[in-house]
Design a protein around this ligand. Structure first.
Ligand SMILES: [Mn+2]
Length: 453
């Protein structure tokens, strides 16, 4: 957790000042003199019962204020201080939501009001727009349909999310540090064996001090061949007894609404296939660090994604998993059978942050979520992988390019599922700062005693 220090208050004030300026410009460009950003309202899981989804504020609201307070709103009017309208729920069922940190109050004007009286705190709606997950509430306030989440305004506000402030970077670095404690703890627990995927998932939550709905996305915890399921969240309940296996953990944390997104792959056991898979993990880890070192402002993220395929082709050849020239393995799509997803995505108040795909990627990179030119201030993930996904292996085996693949070596590795290594990086004028790896390295070097602190 970031301490509520004068430094944090100053960073937050700068963040809000920046938002006031940039949002004010957007409002003028759209002919608006007020913007209401709603925190949103809890959403029912089903019309047939009374259970709600865990509440998450509208991301545009989270960009301004780290409060999980349903029905609250931020009101922005150019030339005025931003105003936070805090809705107070009535009744005796619930306590007010926990405030994560008190560094925020100085930067905004704050009014508190019963939830049913929020409308009375809103500006004139004549030239105002509403942004929020709860359009029904906007209609009840009297906003005309065209002023509720207007597409051009939404897209202009999304573009403001691409370049992060120092405050946002500090939040994400802390979210990365918290995630690192969980990953290191799971690496140690996995080495000792005897835990199911569910037990490892619960241990991650404990080590990072998170309840399941607090995590920025559902933890992926996959042992052995389950690591070939990219979004494996249906955890096995039985421990693994095999002396050698793998563990892929893709799990993050949040700090003041900002996410981290981190993946590590661990190997247990020795001998033939386990040694080969451990070597593959080392090589993907090195490949990932090479890519981070090559991040250069002014180049396209998609070019870095292409570079990942070139480097992966070299790994496949060096490890004698394939035997053609590396460039051939890229051109005939072999590397895409082993690494089918995108190299990375923007991250912020949403784990897959908006604004990073201004245009579609090339047709051979269909799942790439970042097509921006890399620029200082961006924060994104770098997450190359190499998997043995049964359906993709079957497809590849049926193509002429199958002749370039060493299938006996691949078959020996299939029970390990696959490897992914993922860090969050902040682009600077010179290159990139890794928000994940220094915290992880410090925990690993200081030993198990401190892993959970
Ligand atoms: Mn990711």
């Amino acid at each position: 957790m970031l301490a509520d220090t004068e430094e944090l208050r100053r960073l937050y004030e700068d963040h809000i000042d920046r938002l006031v300026q940039s949002t004010g410009t957007v409002l003028v460009e759209h002919g608006l003199d007020a913007l209401v950003i709603s925190a949103g309202t809890p959403t029912p899981k089903s019309p047939f019962d009374d259970q709600d989804h865990p509440f998450r504020p509208t991301p545009a609201f989270a960009h301004w204020v780290p409060l999980r307070e349903p029905d609250s709103a931020v009101v922005i009017e150019p030339g005025k201080r931003p105003r936070l309208v805090r809705a107070r729920a009535g009744g005796f069922w619930d306590a007010p939501p926990r405030v994560e940190s008190h560094h925020i109050w100085r930067a905004l004007d704050v009014v508190e009001t019963p939830a049913e009286r929020v409308a009375g705190e809103l500006p004139s709606l004549r030239r105002a727009a509403f942004i929020g997950d709860d359009p029904a509430r906007a209609r009840a306030f009297g906003f005309p349909e065209a002023a509720i989440n207007p597409a051009a305004l939404v897209s202009a506000l999304h573009a403001l999310r691409v370049t992060k402030s120092d405050y946002e970077r500090a939040c994400m670095a802390e979210a990365g540090r918290v995630a690192a404690t969980g990953h290191v703890r799971l690496g140690e627990a996995f080495a000792h064996g005897g835990r199911s995927e569910l037990a490892l998932h619960l241990l991650y939550l404990e080590a990072t001090g998170q309840d399941d709905p607090d995590t920025p996305y559902k933890n992926i915890v996959a042992q052995g061949e389950n690591a070939a399921t990219l979004h494996h969240v249906g955890y096995d309940r039985e421990p693994r007894s095999a002396p050698s296996t793998s563990l892929l953990v893709d799990a993050g944390a949040t700090c003041l609404g900002y996410a981290s997104d981190v993946t590590r792959t661990w190997v247990r056991g020795e001998g033939g296939a386990a040694d080969a898979f451990a070597e593959l993990v080392r090589r993907i880890d090195a490949l990932q660090q090479t890519l981070v070192a090559e991040i250069t402002p002014g180049t396209a993220f998609e070019a870095l994604h292409d570079r990942a395929h070139e480097l992966l082709a070299e790994v496949l050849c060096d490890m004698e998993l394939a035997s053609a020239e590396p460039h051939t393995l890229v051109e005939n799509g072999v590397t895409r059978s082993f690494f089918p997803h995108g190299l990375g995505h923007g991250i912020g108040v949403q784990v897959h942050d908006v604004g990073h795909r201004p245009h579609d990627p090339r047709p051979d990179n269909p799942f790439l979520r970042n097509t921006r030119v890399i620029e200082a201030g961006q924060v994104f993930t770098i997450e190359p992988g190499c998997y043995f996904i049964p359906s993709l292996m079957d497809e590849l085996r049926a193509r002429p390019a199958a002749a370039d693949v060493n299938w006996s070596a691949i078959d020996a590795l299939r029970r390990f599922g696959g490897v992914r290594v993922e860090d969050d990086v902040a682009v600077t004028d010179e290159g990139a700062r890794n928000l994940t790896r220094p915290a992880m390295a410090e925990l690993l070097s200081s030993g198990s005693d401190r892993a959970g602190t």
